[in-house]
Each structure stands twice: as structure tokens, then as C-alpha cells.
Design a protein around this ligand. Structure first.
Ligand code: SF4
Length: 263
């Protein structure tokens, strides 16, 4: 019997763009990481730096009472984030955003809910092809047994004021929720909300997770798996977007024709 590797949500995007791109990604994800690193894509580097810093922030932040004015007006959370970087503005905003969140919780008598229940959580769900993913952060909604999935998104394209972007985010979060529910990662909690924090746009958005969304994500996943199983060659979809594809050298500019022979 063939053993299939876990599939990540990124694979869905790739399959829609180009079946051949999906094939490369699914068969050699390490190469994908290598290509991305080698490309030194500025947006990716900044986004990765922000994710790492936000994760470290929650490991080190020390919570103190909020019943006195800030010394010299200095936000005490700022020291837990990097300085003298090209994205200091993002860190300034994030420190203010998180301090205001903490201050409100503290004033409401809910300070114990400030720290996340999980950060940088890798999850994997057994399936025909296992599903896997990384979740940036999960918070407990104060005074409840409900959870909020928090995603950090950097860049101007992640603007949740746009309906099509919210639709994509619902699909992404739905993918994670299905995994978490299936593996009973937090058995005494219910996942009810997602939040996106975007330091580039200096905004955050909260959305309710609906059962309809979860059902449609599940249907989309099952349909994709069926399509992949029944697919013959994974054809190339050559478009102008190929210039941004991490596999462009292997696919279009290589003399190694073996590599572009469809499977
Ligand atoms: S270079 Fe273009 S055709 Fe080839 S895998 Fe990438 S997106 Fe598909």
C-alpha cells in the first residue's frame, strides 16, 4: 500500500495555481523552503522575523499590575521585542496593541487569560493523506471554555476588510479547526473565533467560526484528495506568475527534462 505524506494547507493554493507546482511542493517541500530562503524575499524575511519575535514575546513577557501610569510613558512590553530592525514600526505597534489588550483584561479582572494556551503549534491529523499545519497562537476567550485562533499576517494583501481575503482566511482557519477537533487537542474547549493581527496595516480583525464554513472546508479538502488520487499527469499551468514560482528553474529553465516529465 502506498504511504502518503501529510498535506499542508499551502498545497491547496498551489494546486489551484498550477497542478505541477503542487506536485513539486508535495514531493519536495524541503526544496521549497530552500528556494524561499535563497530568494531572500524581503516580505518573507520580515514576516518570518515578526512571527519569531511574537512567539518569543510570549515566552518572556512579565505581567504586572496596570494600576499606575506608565513610567515616562514607556510601554513595558516594548522591551520584549527586537529593536533597531527594519520592522521596528511593526514591533512598536504590536507592543502597544498587546499592552492595551493586557490592560483591559487586567482591569476586567481577567489578567490570567492574557498568555496564550498555545503558540507555534504544529498539528497533524491522520487521514487518507494526513493533514498538517502550524498555528501561530491560540487564546482562551476570557471567562469561557472557548478558544480563539490567532494568526499573524504581514503585508498589505492580508486586509480582512476585503471579502475575498476573509473567505480565504475562513478556509485556512477552518483547515486548522478540523485538525484540532479531530485530534482532540483541547478536549475541554470549543474553538469559536479567529483573529488576524496585521502589523503592516496596524489592524486586527475577529471573526466567528461557523459550522457551515467547517463543512465546506471539509468538502473542499475531500474533493481535492479525490482529484489528486484520480489525476493523471500533473500538468503545468504556464502563466506570467511562473516568475514567482520557487520551482521555475526546475520546471521551465532546466535541461533536466526528466524532472518536467509528468508522472
Ligand atoms: S514554473 Fe509555472 S508551470 Fe512550472 S511549476 Fe511553477 S507555476 Fe507551474
Amino acid at each position: 500500500m502506498i504511504e502518503y505524506k501529510p498535506i499542508r494547507k499551502t498545497a491547496f493554493m498551489f494546486y489551484k495555481n498550477c497542478p505541477k507546482q503542487f506536485w513539486y511542493f508535495y514531493n519536495d517541500e524541503i526544496a521549497y523552503k530552500g528556494y524561499k530562503e535563497a530568494s531572500r524575499d524581503q516580505a518573507l524575511v520580515y514576516g518570518t522575523a515578526f512571527h519569531l519575535a511574537a512567539d518569543e514575546f510570549f515566552k518572556h513577557v512579565v505581567l504586572e499590575p496596570c494600576d499606575k501610569p506608565l513610567d515616562d510613558g514607556v510601554n513595558p512590553f516594548r522591551k520584549y521585542l527586537p529593536i533597531n530592525t527594519p520592522i521596528d514600526k511593526w514591533y512598536d505597534w504590536f507592543a502597544d496593541y498587546e499592552y492595551k489588550r493586557y490592560e483591559k483584561l487586567w482591569k476586567d479582572g481577567n489578567a490570567e487569560y492574557y498568555k496564550p494556551i498555545a503558540t507555534e503549534l504544529f498539528v497533524q491529523m491522520p487521514d487518507v493523506i494526513d493533514r498538517s499545519g502550524h498555528i501561530d497562537r491560540i487564546d482562551v476567550i476570557p471567562g469561557t471554555q472557548n478558544l480563539q485562533i490567532v494568526e499573524y499576517k504581514t503585508g498589505r494583501s492580508y486586509n480582512m476588510d476585503k471579502e475575498q481575503v476573509v473567505t480565504k482566511m475562513n478556509a485556512e482557519i477552518g483547515f486548522y479547526v478540523q485538525i484540532l477537533n479531530s485530534i482532540k487537542q483541547f478536549p475541554t474547549y470549543k474553538i469559536t473565533e479567529w483573529k488576524v493581527i496585521n502589523p503592516t496595516l496596524e489592524k486586527s480583525w475577529v471573526n466567528t467560526i461557523s459550522p457551515i464554513t467547517l463543512r465546506s472546508v471539509d468538502q473542499a479538502y475531500n474533493a481535492l484528495i479525490q482529484e489528486v488520487f484520480n489525476k493523471g499527469p500533473f500538468e503545468r499551468n504556464v502563466t506570467l506568475l511562473c516568475r514567482y514560482c520557487p520551482y521555475v528553474s526546475d520546471c521551465l529553465y532546466s535541461n533536466d527534462y526528466e524532472k518536467i516529465v509528468v508522472d
